[in-house]
Design a protein around this ligand. Structure first.
Ligand code: FAD
Ligand code: EPU
Length: 324
């Protein structure tokens, strides 16, 4: 096997500061190491890969086509001191207008989106949509995963965020999960052994979730369908349809963030192409032409008012990537 330094000189500048030609050279070196099915792109726009629809490009966007590809990619990043992040469906992300330095790893190759039901277990790749997991569970008369239905993220994103709704959450229905460490080593653990809290699973902050096994409970199909329909209807009534990243802030202990923002009179407040939704105060929605900086300015305004007028510190749930 060739050492990365056989391809690129040791004196190559660090990740921040590669010019376009340098990024292309590095991309070619990486392509040579991955399978033919993997995709490596330079300066890939991320706005269209996030549900907020704003933000700049990734220096490198890489879609590995297997676990072997992913391990090779992570080792390559380590050898070249390239920072990397994993992108799911981009439904909890705000990418700044200047884009992301380093590598954005995407599990969008079909290899990662397999979903299979075996008895009461639902096996899902990290790239599968949680909606697909909910649908598969329902088709097999397995209840308990209906809350996934309206969450527009991937299994990997749901594990990292411990996504939840309607009094349930990912780790409540998770049996076990697998992930890859930055050195390419794979670990599999029962969910009970992995720390997870409200909207976070800290061990996944520096690892790539590969897949999960969820557990449903046998239930009558009409009961499952009715629960799903009720959740969908509730979402349609209470959450906006325009581009957003879901709830912007975690709910503080004192009261739900949406109610607080409504009480502060901030619904409808706007900066450029970003607006606090009139339907739900904890959603910022964007219109075409919006910039990440509009969303950030509005987010800061909401935070500042919550702090100044109510003494409440709002913590963003949305992840903010990149630079201005
Ligand atoms: P991304 O947004 O792409 O990434 C989020 C985080 O997960 C990042 O840190 C990323 O690095 C990490 N990540 C992604 N994949 C992996 C992986 N394979 N391994 C390790 N880390 C990974 N959330 C809720 O909890 N409940 C809701 O009810 C809800 N409703 C929403 C409704 C709307 C309309 C929208 C737009 C969003 C909503 N969200 C909700 C937010 C969002 O859908 C969830 O947080 C979701 O779990 C994010 O998944 P994703 O694949 O889009 O992750
Ligand atoms: N409320 C208002 N005004 C608003 C919004 C909400 O007064 O503008 C009030 C509601 O009337 C209700 C309370 O606040 O009494 C809670 O509102 P809601 O039921 O809409 O739930 P939420 O706490 O705002 C949470 C999750 C959502 C999840 C829903 C449904 C957080 C930050 N948000 O919202 O998750 O879909 O419950 O279970 O925990 C997300 O995390 O991105 C997300 C959308």
């Amino acid at each position: 096997m060739t050492c990365p330094h056989d391809i690129l000189p040791l004196a190559h500048p660090p990740a921040v500061g590669y010019d376009r030609a340098g990024r292309e050279v590095l991309a070619a070196a990486l392509r040579a190491r991955l399978s033919a099915e993997a995709v490596v792109r330079v300066d890939e726009p991320l706005a269209r890969r996030t549900t907020l629809r704003v933000g700049g490009p990734a220096d490198w966007w890489v879609a590995p086509a297997s676990e072997a590809d992913l391990a090779e990619l992570l080792r390559f990043c380590s050898a070249h001191a390239l920072p990397w992040r994993v992108l799911g469906r981009g439904s909890n992300l705000l990418v700044r207008d200047g884009g992301v330095r380093g590598v954005v790893v995407s599990l969008s190759h079909p290899y990662w989106s397999r979903v299979r039901v075996q008895g009461e277990e639902i096996h899902a790749g990290a790239g599968a949509l949680v909606k697909t997991v909910a649908a598969a569970a329902s088709q097999h008369e397995l209840g308990g995963l209906e809350f996934f239905e309206g969450i527009p993220g991937s299994v990997g994103g749901a594990l990292r965020m411990n996504a939840g709704a309607f009094q349930s959450w990912t780790f409540a229905v998770l049996d076990r999960l697998r992930w890859m460490q930055p050195d390419g080593a794979i670990e599999e653990r029962p969910a009970a052994d992995v720390p997870a809290q409200y909207r976070s699973c800290p061990p996944l902050a520096r690892a790539v979730a590969l897949g999960a096994v969820f557990r449903g409970r046998r239930e009558a199909p009409e009961v499952i369908r009715a629960r799903m329909a009720a959740y969908s209807a509730r979402r349609r009534q209470t959450q906006p349809r325009e581009p957003s990243a879901g709830c912007l802030f975690k709910n503080p202990a004192a009261l739900p963030a949406g109610r607080l923002i409504e009480e502060l009179g901030l619904k409808g407040a706007a900066v450029g192409g970003a607006r606090v939704s009139e339907i739900h105060g904890n959603f910022i929605v964007t219109r075409p032409g919006a910039r990440a900086r509009d969303v950030l300015e509005l987010l800061e305004r909401v935070r500042a008012e919550a702090q100044a007028r109510r003494g409440i510190r709002l913590e963003p749930e949305v992840e903010i990537w990149g630079e201005d």
